[in-house]
Ligand binder design. Sequence first.
Ligand code: SAH
Length: 218
Amino acid sequence: MDYELARKEMVESQIKDRGIKDTRVLEAMFKVPRHLFVSPGDQDIAYGDYPLPVGEGQTISQPYMVAWMTEALRLTGEEKVLEIGTGSGYHGAILAELAKLVYTVERSSNLAEKAKKIYEELEYRNITVVVGNGTEGLPEYAPYDAIVVTAGAPFIPQPLIEQLAEGGRLVIPVGSIHLQMLTLVEKRAGRIVKCEVGSCVFVPLKGKYGWPERSDDS
Ligand code: SAH
């Protein structure tokens, strides 16, 4: 299996052709070895146009979704970024290619450990994985220039808005358990500006400012 070729095709047909223009995002998607973040048995389909299960009832997002959310953050390389929902660790690696510092919070210690190991192997030194409830954000290192939530929320958790820097961007799927609206939130002169960018389906964001812990089987 030629993973580099599969990655090139993924970027061309799934990402570029669907309108993602940020060349830094395209380069990061071409660079990060997505097949290392999926289950060993799924490596050959890692570059397909769909999400895949990664254990604990969770999924690695579809490549296009990762590109779309990341482009909306408008990263230049100088930012401190917070990701809620490390999952496989793939999206965190893309963010680490595009920003200065990345903090990623995962409620499953099992998934967090797996992601940490991959980051060590790939020698990412600007990502910190934290086990915890991301609906409360990560106040220790706030404020963040960009925040991305990769699980579906019933509403925008207030702590995330508070931890967003002036001029910062927050991307979060908001809606019901089964269908959400990808929402871009910007803080401008202390005011919150919201814009809905399209519908999406994510696994639930659980915890204090999310869905109840027992809201499904995962
Ligand atoms: N970004 C991931 C996909 C995430 S799937 C990737 O690139 O693979 C969503 C993740 O959010 C799951 O791993 C789930 O365990 C996690 N999650 C759900 N609620 C959470 C919460 N309150 N805090 C932190 N992580 C949470």
